[in-house]
Design a protein around this ligand. Structure first.
Ligand SMILES: Cc1cc2nc3c(=O)[nH]c(=O)nc-3n(C[C@H](O)[C@H](O)[C@H](O)COP(=O)(O)OP(=O)(O)OC[C@H]3O[C@@H](n4cnc5c(N)ncnc54)[C@H](O)[C@@H]3O)c2cc1C
Length: 378
């Protein structure tokens, strides 16, 4: 069996004040706020992937805070207060990302966002208008704008979509490059003195003589005073009692489309479908509601059923009469539960968690990272 050298034991694998499990956006933002508030803390982020391998590097890169039909569905399910609390966290998170990183560094583009409403959804225009008015009224104190959402049907033919009845525009939404944001965050926390360790899976943990021992899949254990679990969809491995379930999201990206008529981020069907331009290519994801049971999985694979559903949607509604090929397909795993509110709490003495980011964790992560950092005792 391979041994650990004294150099390794006294540097990379040395006892830390805080170890963060998971180097997705939540783990990285948690490290950022902890180090910012307490520069002397020794901190390591440990991830089982060669790079972060959950949702943060495998998503769609929407910098968004929710579409009309999704926010109305959330209000009906969990109440107005929770819907507004989550929107506020997302909106603050997006502002913070842009305060800390230059747009160019993270591929941020201000193209705005839209929601598509199709005839088959059978929406009454008056109800749609009153839902938009209601949301604009409620969101005003968060976004400091009169109108977050408005109907802009003139753009439907300009964009070349087919079978779309209404288009709701939201100029406050943007898009970014998730890989670049992840790399920029990693660079930032390393520059602040955080140790990043990859390819180490934390199998379980136990408290021994006032410190927390982390058992790993490697030939060594790690130890820390405090542990923050930011493993999102995979949280049940370490915390089986939590209400966090895996929800796979599948994505595809087309070839370059030279005369692509639109730019922006688009939502459809309460957020179950989402697409955006990626330069002149189209990234489309979702359709999880076409096979909920199959997508309740940790497996980072794609399925022909969902991919075909996405391709049909692309051909029929988004790019009718346009020639394209599919160049990339992948999936990522979201952490969801009965409630959309993330779980940010103390689990036991010295053990904390910040998990269940759902489908909009890019925006939520900075605020969640700050919240969990405030729970840590120093
Ligand atoms: C297809 C798809 C599209 C999405 N689109 C968007 C979008 O456009 N906009 C948006 O805001 N959000 C989107 N999301 C959601 C968003 O990506 C997530 O909410 C967010 O990335 C969650 O970040 P996280 O750090 O909590 O989790 P993750 O990024 O999943 O990170 C968890 C990390 O924990 C590590 N890990 C797990 N178990 C262990 C262990 N035992 N030991 C060590 N490490 C471990 C994993 O390797 C992983 O790197 C999308 C998600 C998916 C899947």
């Amino acid at each position: 069996m391979q041994q650990v050298s004294v150099w390794e034991k006294e540097s990379f694998y040395a006892h830390k004040n805080v170890i963060i499990a998971g180097s997705g956006f939540v783990g990285l933002w948690s490290a950022y706020y902890l180090k910012k508030n307490h520069p002397k803390l020794s901190i390591a982020i440990v991830d089982r992937g060669i790079i972060p391998t959950g949702a943060s590097t495998r998503n769609a890169g929407f910098a968004c805070f929710g579409s009309v039909t999704e926010l109305i569905a959330d209000t009906l399910k969990s109440g107005e207060e929770q819907m507004l609390d989550i929107v506020e966290m997302r909106y603050k998170g997006l502002k913070r990302i842009r305060k800390i990183f230059k747009d160019k560094e993270i591929g941020y583009e201000d193209f705005g966002g839209y929601e598509l409403v199709t005839g088959s959804q059978d929406f009454d225009l008056n109800i749609l208008r009153s839902n938009i008015d209601y949301l604009n009224r409620k969101l005003k104190k968060i976004v400091k704008k009169e109108k977050s959402f408005y109907i802009n049907d003139d753009k439907i033919s300009e964009f070349g979509f087919a079978g779309i009845q209404h288009l709701i525009e939201n100029k406050l939404e943007g898009q970014l490059h998730s890989g670049k944001l992840c790399q920029a965050l990693l660079k930032l926390v390393v520059s602040m003195g955080v140790t990043v360790l990859n390819s180490i899976e934390i199998k379980n943990y136990e408290r021994i003589n006032g410190s927390i021992e982390l058992h790993t899949n490697q030939h060594f254990n790690l130890s820390t005073d405090q542990l923050i679990i930011c493993t999102n969809a995979f949280a049940k491995q370490l915390l089986p009692e939590l209400d966090v379930e895996p929800a796979r999201g599948q994505v595809l990206v087309t070839s370059e489309i030279p005369d692509l008529k639109w730019k922006g981020t688009f939502h459809y069907d309460e957020g179950y479908y989402y697409f955006r331009n990626l330069g002149n290519r189209v990234l489309l994801g979702g359709a999880r509601n076409a096979a909920f049971e199959d997508e309740h999985t940790y497996e980072l694979a794609t399925s022909s059923h969902i991919q075909d559903t996405l391709e049909n949607f692309l051909k029929e509604k988004i790019l009718p009469a346009t020639l394209f090929t599919i160049e990339h397909r992948w999936s990522g795993i979201m952490g969801v539960g009965k409630e959309k509110m993330p779980i940010v709490k103390k689990i036991s003495d010295g053990v904390f968690c910040a998990v269940r980011m759902g489908g909009m964790g890019v925006a939520l992560a900075p605020v969640i990272g700050e919240q969990i950092a405030e729970l840590i005792t120093t």
